[in-house]
Design a protein around this ligand. Structure first.
Ligand SMILES: [Zn+2]
Length: 235
């Protein structure tokens, strides 16, 4: 994550030109960050003032928060950002997966960004859509079937068709599909817990992502067996 510094007066003597840090991108909406920052509270220590700041993003109208150690004016010490909430660390994907399905990674990150901003319904739809893209990219690469046939399969049919002999993929993708449907459909179960269901969707989607990574690693090994060498050493 990249940060940049801003200057404000904290209103204490020796703290009239204080430098504080903000993330370049808002951790809730992932857009360029130009927040209005206010000091909520602070406490003086021998090495500076620990400040609790609230940053109001004008793009999404939501707050993010930080805890920073700010040194007195002219001390020459740099400000230290101790904590930021929410942190906008988006999920890391393997190089193989990034190359194999950039659209899946993009959709997944969009869903995460929606989730961080509190847009849980959009997030649930997004994770489900991301899964469909990954299943179909995988089918196009490994099933030998035509793009037209793959494109016309509904998610439900694609799962039962491609994973009939692969129980881990079948179960994990079905959990994401069925839970994801609750975010899309008008009618949904009573006492629906959006956050808990999102966690479950991500956990099961992780299983399928690991399954795809496994296949990609086997298809693109970093070393190959040297057949002539092996045959010599076997003699
Ligand atoms: Zn924002």
């Amino acid at each position: 994550m990249e940060y940049r510094s801003q200057i404000m007066s904290l209103g204490y003597s020796n703290y009239y030109q204080s430098t504080y840090l903000i993330p370049d991108l808002c951790p809730r909406c992932n857009r360029s960050n130009n927040p209005i920052t206010k000091l909520i509270g602070s406490k003086e220590y021998s090495n500076g003032r620990v400040c609790f700041l609230v940053h109001h993003c004008s793009s999404c109208n939501l707050d993010h928060y930080s805890l920073q150690l700010i040194s007195p004016d002219r001390s020459g010490e740099e400000t230290k950002l101790w904590a930021l909430h929410p942190s906008n660390n988006l999920k890391d994907f393997s190089e193989n997966l990034l190359k194999f399905s950039p659209r899946f990674v993009d959709l997944y990150h969009q869903a995460e960004t929606a989730e961080n901003a509190g847009n849980f319904d959009l997030a649930g739809m997004g994770y489900r859509a991301a899964e469909e893209v990954l299943i179909k990219d995988f089918a196009l690469a490994f099933s030998g079937e035509s793009k037209e046939k793959i494109a016309n399969l509904k998610l439900n049919d694609a799962i039962s068709h491609y994973f009939k002999d692969d129980e881990a993929s079948l179960i994990s993708t079905d959990v994401v599909r069925i839970n994801g449907n609750d975010f899309t459909h008008w009618n949904r179960p009573e006492g629906f817990d959006l956050k808990a269901q999102l966690e479950q969707i991500k956990q099961y989607l992780d299983i399928y992502i690991a399954r795809v990574n496994y296949q990609l690693m086997i298809e693109n090994p970093p070393v190959t067996r040297n057949k002539s060498h092996d045959s010599k050493s076997n003699k």
